[in-house]
Write a protein that binds this ligand. Sequence first.
Ligand SMILES: [Zn+2]
Length: 281
Amino acid sequence: MDPVEKKPFFHYHPGARILSVATAGCNMHCRNCQNWQISQANPEETDAYALPPSRLVELAASKAIPLVAYTYTEPIAYYEYTFETAALARRRGLGNAIVSAGYANDGPIRALFKVVDAATIDVKAFDDGFYREVCDGGLRPVLNTLVAAREEGAWLEVSNLVIPGMNDDPALIRKLIRWMKRNLGEDTPLHFLRFVPHYRLRNLPPTPVSTLETAWKTALDEGMKYVYLGNVPGHPSESTRCPHCGRIVIKRAGYRVQEVHVDANGKCAFCGGKIAGVFQK
Ligand SMILES: [Zn+2]
């Protein structure tokens, strides 16, 4: 059980608890994976539990947890489980959220977005070469997934892990921002995440905070409304400001939500302006 902020979701039921599940395995092989012990393992190599969809949904309902996250590794790798569980959870009135790299074909991902309410999609870099060299994936299917999420009506947030010397070129980050604004809209939350050395990229240093702040300012200057820095505790970007009046409408300290000044209809309590997101649960 995690706070929903940890996924990260900052505009999807802020402050709610979310039951979080995964299986072993992934369809990509990122050299920086922070969950490589399970994402790059076979099912036989991990501690696993039998948890059929019906029992998982029962578990969430019995503990009054309103949301289920398919996360940690790659929900597309355990697609059938995600799909079946999400369909069942929705029938019980629970919300479903995936945390995914979005490396999928159009048909299956659209089918999934019919039972999943929200997605945080991690864009590794706005560069197909990076995907091929570092992740064993490709950029185009990921961009398609982002557009599909929007078109199918899922709530969407985007994350981008900034790795020093690998995908931290300001021009590359600006490309991602501009593509997002054009194709997803300025209301789509964007999380720049700080890299810490993991797995096969232990030789690199953590991302300098100044690099992240440059990305943050670039995104705000380009007109994105909700931009956050992740893994930088205490940074002013971790709270949400109303884009209309500038007041803090969701105050966070790390993953903890301290104040919410947004009503169930997504209106700012100070000025009545619209805050993008899903707030009614
Ligand atoms: Zn306001």
